[in-house]
Design a protein around this ligand. Structure first.
Ligand code: ZN
Length: 328
């Protein structure tokens, strides 16, 4: 799927066959609590704001290839609280992040030890709303060790935890992730279990955790399956995200799923909870989210600079407006 699609094109198709009308969700606000904007384009930011996304959380994760040293982590974490946040602000989207050592790279023990020492320098920064995304990939002993160590860090810092659940052996890995969180004394209400499916959701909700669902195009949780989940389980402690990154993914997954829910007769209040409010409630436990920062009409000034750098290229005119959401 092309990441630079326009809203008009998206109106014509939804998934393979569902008609989608984003007009149905006009005026609604959305919060995507899991999206890797570092890997996305300015066209994505524009499409997101046009579709009603007002705030996002960018979890720290792996870059698709191994890092060669600690400085790569330092630069990456700095970009999450610096340049990427600035880039997002240039489109009127409030950007938060979670900071952590991802499960896959926990297996490089020498580097993981160094990262653990680096984390306290970042997790207390402004706009860091949790420790994440952490958890299991292959469910190795090293992953177990650093998941536990970061749960302790979250407890010390009183921050929510964003848990990546494994794609292989998902059900067992999800149960295990929750067992360990409880073993370490975390309140399930402060732990967001991500990448759920129909097989995991009941246990996650029954045990008092937040259940996040990633809507990937073509795979896993398609939007239509998500509608069924909300029909069956309601909207309490459930949230949806795009997890859009450098792979095939859709940064508009949250508003599109909201539109489908509307078309399928889900209550407006339930749509609002799963596509906006619940993510705020969960991650605001960090003390770092003030809804006033993104509910009021956004003022955009693309003539601003971040450490002397702008998102504009030679000859481009900055968009400085208070109402229009279209770049002239
Ligand atoms: Zn992710």
């Amino acid at each position: 799927m092309c990441s630079s699609h326009s809203i008009d094109r998206d109106k014509k198709s939804f998934g393979d066959n569902m008609p989608l009308n984003l007009d149905d969700i006009q005026g609604m606000h959305f919060f995507d609590p899991h999206i890797h904007m570092t890997s996305r384009t300015t066209d994505d930011y524009q499409a997101m704001v046009d579709a009603g996304i007002v705030a996002i959380i960018e979890p720290a994760f792996w870059l698709g290839q191994p890092r060669s040293g600690l400085s790569s982590y330092r630069d990456y974490y700095n970009s999450l609280i610096g340049w990427e946040r600035f880039r997002s602000s240039q489109f009127g989207i409030k950007h938060y992040c979670t900071i952590g050592l991802n499960s896959r790279e926990a297996n490089n023990i020498e580097l993981a030890e160094q990262v653990m020492e680096l984390l306290p320098a970042f997790i207390y920064k402004e706009g860091v709303v949790g420790i994440g995304e952490i958890g299991f990939d292959d469910q190795t002993p090293a992953e177990d060790k650093y998941y536990r160590a970061q749960l302790e860090l979250a407890k010390t810092a009183s921050l929510p935890v964003q848990v990546h659940t494994p794609h292989r052996d998902k059900k067992q890995g999800t149960s295990r992730s929750m067992d360990i969180a409880i073993e370490h004394g975390l309140d399930p209400y402060s732990v967001i279990i991500d990448h759920n499916n129909e097989e995991t959701v009941k246990e996650v909700l029954d045990r008092g955790f937040w259940a996040a669902f990633t809507i990937y195009p073509f795979t896993k949780m398609g939007n239509e399956r998500m509608v069924e989940v909300v029909k069956q389980y309601g909207s309490e402690r459930i949230m949806i995200n795009s997890a859009a990154d450098w792979g095939i993914s859709d940064p508009l997954a949250v508003p599109k799923t909201a539109a489908l829910m509307k078309a399928m007769g889900i209550d407006q209040k339930d749509i609002e909870l799963v596509s906006y409010r619940n993510a705020i409630t969960a991650f605001a436990q960090s003390g770092q989210i003030d809804e006033n920062d993104f509910v009021a009409s956004t003022q955009i000034d693309q003539s601003q600079k971040f450490e002397g750098n702008t998102i504009l290229r030679g000859g481009q005119q900055p968009r400085v407006d208070k109402s229009s959401i279209i770049i002239k």
